[in-house]
Design a protein around this ligand. Structure first.
Ligand code: COA
Length: 151
Protein backbone atom coordinates (compact mmCIF):
# COMPACT_ATOMS: atom_id res chain seq x y z
CA UNK A 1 0.00 0.00 0.00
CA UNK A 2 1.27 3.47 -0.86
CA UNK A 3 0.59 6.97 0.38
CA UNK A 4 1.45 9.51 -2.29
CA UNK A 5 0.48 13.00 -3.45
CA UNK A 6 -2.71 13.23 -5.51
CA UNK A 7 -2.19 14.14 -9.17
CA UNK A 8 -4.56 15.79 -11.62
CA UNK A 9 -4.80 12.41 -13.37
CA UNK A 10 -6.25 10.90 -10.17
CA UNK A 11 -9.22 13.26 -10.14
CA UNK A 12 -11.67 10.99 -12.05
CA UNK A 13 -10.98 8.01 -9.75
CA UNK A 14 -11.01 10.23 -6.66
CA UNK A 15 -14.31 11.77 -7.76
CA UNK A 16 -15.82 8.32 -8.26
CA UNK A 17 -14.94 7.41 -4.65
CA UNK A 18 -16.20 10.81 -3.49
CA UNK A 19 -19.56 10.17 -5.17
CA UNK A 20 -19.84 6.81 -3.39
CA UNK A 21 -18.64 8.22 -0.06
CA UNK A 22 -20.82 11.28 0.36
CA UNK A 23 -24.45 12.24 -0.21
CA UNK A 24 -23.20 15.72 -1.20
CA UNK A 25 -19.89 15.06 -2.96
CA UNK A 26 -17.24 17.55 -4.02
CA UNK A 27 -17.18 18.12 -7.77
CA UNK A 28 -14.14 17.06 -9.83
CA UNK A 29 -13.48 20.78 -10.37
CA UNK A 30 -13.12 21.32 -6.64
CA UNK A 31 -10.43 18.64 -6.43
CA UNK A 32 -8.64 20.19 -9.41
CA UNK A 33 -8.82 23.60 -7.75
CA UNK A 34 -7.37 22.18 -4.53
CA UNK A 35 -4.45 20.74 -6.49
CA UNK A 36 -3.88 23.99 -8.40
CA UNK A 37 -4.04 25.95 -5.15
CA UNK A 38 -1.27 23.81 -3.70
CA UNK A 39 -3.35 22.14 -1.02
CA UNK A 40 -1.88 18.97 0.36
CA UNK A 41 -3.95 16.29 -1.30
CA UNK A 42 -2.77 12.70 -0.85
CA UNK A 43 -4.09 9.31 -1.84
CA UNK A 44 -3.82 5.79 -0.47
CA UNK A 45 -3.59 3.12 -3.13
CA UNK A 46 -2.82 -0.54 -3.46
CA UNK A 47 -1.30 -2.25 -6.48
CA UNK A 48 -4.18 -4.72 -6.67
CA UNK A 49 -7.18 -2.41 -6.21
CA UNK A 50 -5.95 1.07 -7.13
CA UNK A 51 -7.15 4.09 -5.20
CA UNK A 52 -8.60 3.29 -1.77
CA UNK A 53 -9.05 6.78 -0.34
CA UNK A 54 -7.67 10.28 -0.05
CA UNK A 55 -7.29 13.28 2.20
CA UNK A 56 -7.01 17.01 1.55
CA UNK A 57 -5.29 19.38 3.96
CA UNK A 58 -4.69 23.11 3.70
CA UNK A 59 -1.95 24.69 5.76
CA UNK A 60 -1.71 28.41 6.39
CA UNK A 61 0.05 30.38 9.09
CA UNK A 62 0.21 28.02 12.08
CA UNK A 63 -2.98 26.20 11.32
CA UNK A 64 -3.92 23.23 9.22
CA UNK A 65 -7.43 22.43 8.07
CA UNK A 66 -8.48 18.93 7.11
CA UNK A 67 -10.85 19.59 4.23
CA UNK A 68 -11.64 16.06 3.16
CA UNK A 69 -10.94 12.52 4.35
CA UNK A 70 -12.58 9.64 2.54
CA UNK A 71 -12.14 5.91 2.18
CA UNK A 72 -13.98 4.07 -0.58
CA UNK A 73 -17.11 2.62 1.09
CA UNK A 74 -16.16 -0.91 -0.02
CA UNK A 75 -12.84 -0.50 1.82
CA UNK A 76 -14.19 1.06 5.03
CA UNK A 77 -13.97 -0.50 8.48
CA UNK A 78 -10.52 -2.03 7.93
CA UNK A 79 -8.41 0.61 9.66
CA UNK A 80 -7.58 2.59 6.53
CA UNK A 81 -9.35 5.77 7.63
CA UNK A 82 -7.39 5.85 10.88
CA UNK A 83 -4.09 5.25 9.07
CA UNK A 84 -4.83 7.96 6.52
CA UNK A 85 -5.91 10.42 9.23
CA UNK A 86 -2.63 9.82 11.06
CA UNK A 87 -0.73 10.52 7.85
CA UNK A 88 -2.65 13.75 7.28
CA UNK A 89 -1.87 14.85 10.86
CA UNK A 90 1.80 14.02 10.26
CA UNK A 91 1.68 16.24 7.17
CA UNK A 92 0.30 19.10 9.24
CA UNK A 93 3.09 18.58 11.76
CA UNK A 94 5.67 18.44 8.99
CA UNK A 95 4.44 21.84 7.81
CA UNK A 96 4.90 23.20 11.34
CA UNK A 97 1.20 23.69 12.06
CA UNK A 98 0.35 24.15 15.73
CA UNK A 99 -3.14 22.75 15.40
CA UNK A 100 -5.44 21.00 12.97
CA UNK A 101 -9.09 21.92 12.47
CA UNK A 102 -11.88 20.07 10.72
CA UNK A 103 -15.63 20.17 10.28
CA UNK A 104 -17.83 17.12 10.54
CA UNK A 105 -21.54 16.49 10.27
CA UNK A 106 -23.31 15.60 13.54
CA UNK A 107 -24.98 12.82 11.48
CA UNK A 108 -21.57 11.17 10.89
CA UNK A 109 -20.89 9.24 14.12
CA UNK A 110 -18.24 7.06 12.47
CA UNK A 111 -16.06 10.05 11.59
CA UNK A 112 -16.71 11.75 14.94
CA UNK A 113 -15.66 8.60 16.82
CA UNK A 114 -12.52 8.34 14.71
CA UNK A 115 -11.54 11.98 15.24
CA UNK A 116 -12.20 11.84 18.98
CA UNK A 117 -10.17 8.71 19.37
CA UNK A 118 -7.22 10.35 17.58
CA UNK A 119 -7.29 13.33 19.96
CA UNK A 120 -9.61 15.88 18.34
CA UNK A 121 -11.89 17.90 20.62
CA UNK A 122 -15.14 19.58 19.73
CA UNK A 123 -14.62 23.34 19.91
CA UNK A 124 -17.80 24.72 18.37
CA UNK A 125 -20.38 24.51 15.64
CA UNK A 126 -20.96 26.26 12.34
CA UNK A 127 -24.71 26.65 11.93
CA UNK A 128 -26.21 25.48 8.64
CA UNK A 129 -22.76 24.76 7.21
CA UNK A 130 -23.61 21.74 5.04
CA UNK A 131 -26.27 21.10 2.43
CA UNK A 132 -28.68 18.42 3.62
CA UNK A 133 -31.74 16.60 2.37
CA UNK A 134 -34.12 18.81 4.31
CA UNK A 135 -32.25 22.10 4.01
CA UNK A 136 -28.97 22.60 5.88
CA UNK A 137 -27.05 20.74 8.58
CA UNK A 138 -24.76 22.29 11.22
CA UNK A 139 -21.08 21.40 11.32
CA UNK A 140 -19.26 20.33 14.44
CA UNK A 141 -15.85 22.01 14.48
CA UNK A 142 -13.08 19.86 15.96
CA UNK A 143 -9.48 20.76 16.69
CA UNK A 144 -6.31 19.10 17.85
CA UNK A 145 -3.18 20.76 19.19
CA UNK A 146 0.04 19.40 17.68
CA UNK A 147 3.34 18.87 19.34
CA UNK A 148 6.25 20.19 17.27
CA UNK A 149 7.98 17.61 15.06
CA UNK A 150 11.10 15.98 16.39
CA UNK A 151 14.15 17.62 14.90
C1 COA B 1 -14.82 8.33 8.25
C2 COA B 1 -14.00 7.32 7.43
C3 COA B 1 -12.85 8.06 6.76
C4 COA B 1 -13.43 6.25 8.36
O1 COA B 1 -12.66 5.35 7.57
P1 COA B 1 -12.63 3.77 7.86
O2 COA B 1 -11.52 3.19 7.06
O3 COA B 1 -13.97 3.20 7.67
O4 COA B 1 -12.29 3.78 9.41
P2 COA B 1 -11.40 2.74 10.23
O5 COA B 1 -11.65 1.35 9.77
O6 COA B 1 -10.00 3.23 10.27
O7 COA B 1 -12.05 2.91 11.67
C5 COA B 1 -11.75 4.05 12.44
C6 COA B 1 -12.81 4.26 13.50
O8 COA B 1 -14.01 4.70 12.89
C7 COA B 1 -15.11 4.20 13.66
N1 COA B 1 -15.85 3.29 12.81
C8 COA B 1 -15.45 2.62 11.70
N2 COA B 1 -16.47 1.94 11.16
C9 COA B 1 -17.54 2.18 11.95
C10 COA B 1 -18.90 1.79 11.92
N3 COA B 1 -19.36 0.97 10.97
N4 COA B 1 -19.72 2.26 12.88
C11 COA B 1 -19.27 3.07 13.86
N5 COA B 1 -17.99 3.49 13.94
C12 COA B 1 -17.14 3.04 13.00
C13 COA B 1 -14.55 3.47 14.83
O9 COA B 1 -14.36 4.41 15.88
C14 COA B 1 -13.22 3.05 14.28
O10 COA B 1 -12.29 2.81 15.26
P3 COA B 1 -12.13 1.31 15.90
O11 COA B 1 -12.02 0.38 14.73
O12 COA B 1 -10.87 1.42 16.70
O13 COA B 1 -13.36 1.11 16.69
C15 COA B 1 -14.91 6.60 6.39
O14 COA B 1 -16.02 6.09 7.04
C16 COA B 1 -15.36 7.48 5.24
O15 COA B 1 -14.62 7.71 4.29
N6 COA B 1 -16.62 7.94 5.29
C17 COA B 1 -17.21 8.73 4.19
C18 COA B 1 -16.58 10.08 4.09
C19 COA B 1 -16.64 10.81 5.40
O16 COA B 1 -17.65 10.88 6.06
N7 COA B 1 -15.49 11.41 5.77
C20 COA B 1 -15.36 12.23 6.96
C21 COA B 1 -15.83 13.61 6.66
S1 COA B 1 -15.59 14.71 8.04
Amino acid sequence: MQFRPMRQADVPAVSAIEARGYAFPWTPGLFRDCLSAGYHAWVVESDEVGLLGYGVLSVGADEAHLLNLCIDPVQQGRGLGRRLLRRMIDLARWHMADRVFLEVRPSNPTAIALYRSEGFNEIGTRPRYYPAKDGREDAIVMAMELLPPER
